[in-house]
Design a protein around this ligand. Structure first.
Ligand code: KIV
Length: 273
């Protein structure tokens, strides 16, 4: 287990400087207790709009609002002191114009205390990324499978299975790097394509269901902890917390039903007369 020494918080430029060097460790987090547990072990915590699916039970990330992202961003930023906290811009909060994106990104940064925002889209978002970065807002980009476009894509599918689609995805990664993004999430990409983008792209690639060759990896924390009964196929689970939680609740319920629930004497060492 490696833990970082307490000290200055990781910055967006520090993540950018890791291109081709020590792999970047990233996880999602939406709440204070998981953020606190992860903080010393990761470089970056993403308050992803996956919160809508994971915590709120929606079928996609589309219903997520700016207010939800701000609430969760604030608690994660307040609970941590080491990792760079990045907050996702939800669907509809940035696509209209660079000015709309700046207004909402500035609100996220002011109200949460995060160090950067993330938005989805490649070449089509390059102008917006340049606008934000020129005004002091570090941007993490996101290409390949972009879940906010699930309706246009027709589902959550691996992107770039056919080689004829590679050029457009490579151009997306090059465009966000050229626009000033400090790193780029490459999600659900055919492995050789993700490796090729990592080779050619001047900013770090953070893979999710992409390639071990990426400059870093990110997973949804609940998936890797075994809390999602149907995680994406590519996810390795590192714990079986779903089972552990259910087992603990079962034991508690049994104890209560059989009046075996420990009373205050258990806590204070008091003896029953
Ligand atoms: O919303 C999210 O959690 C994400 C990650 C899966 C990269 O975008």
């Amino acid at each position: 287990m490696s833990a970082h020494a307490r000290g200055r918080r990781v910055s967006a430029p520090a993540i950018a400087a890791r291109k081709g060097k020590e792999p970047i460790v990233a996880l999602t987090s939406y709440h204070a207790h998981t953020a606190r547990l992860a903080d010393a072990h990761v470089d970056l915590l993403l308050v992803g709009d996956s919160v809508g699916m994971v915590l709120y039970g929606h079928g996609s990330t589309l219903p997520v609002t700016l207010e939800m992202m701000i609430v969760h961003g604030k608690v994660v930023a307040a609970a941590t002191e080491h990792a760079l906290v990045v907050v996702d811009m939800p669907f509809g909060s940035y696509e209209e114009s660079p000015a709309q994106a700046f207004r909402n990104a500035a609100r996220i940064m002011k109200e949460t205390g995060c160090g950067a925002v993330k938005l989805e889209g490649g070449a089509r978002m390059a102008e917006t990324i340049a606008f934000l970065t020129a005004r002091g807002i570090p941007v993490m980009a996101h290409v390949g499978l972009t879940p906010q476009s699930v309706n246009a894509l027709g589902g959550f599918f691996v992107q770039g299975r056919k080689q004829e689609h590679w050029a457009a995805i490579e151009a997306d990664a090059a465009a966000v790097a050229g626009a000033g993004a400090f790193c780029v999430v490459v999600e659900a990409l055919a492995e050789p394509l993700a490796a090729r983008i990592t080779e050619s792209c001047p900013i770090p690639t953070i893979g999710i269901g992409a390639s071990a060759a990426c400059d870093g990896q990110i997973l949804v924390m609940e998936d890797m902890l075994g809390l999602n009964p149907a995680p994406p196929k590519f996810v390795k689970t590192y714990a079986a917390l779903g089972q552990a939680i259910e087992g603990a609740i079962e034991t508690y319920a049994e104890e209560v039903r059989h009046r075996a629930f420990p009373g205050p004497e258990h806590v204070y060492g008091m003896k029953k007369e």
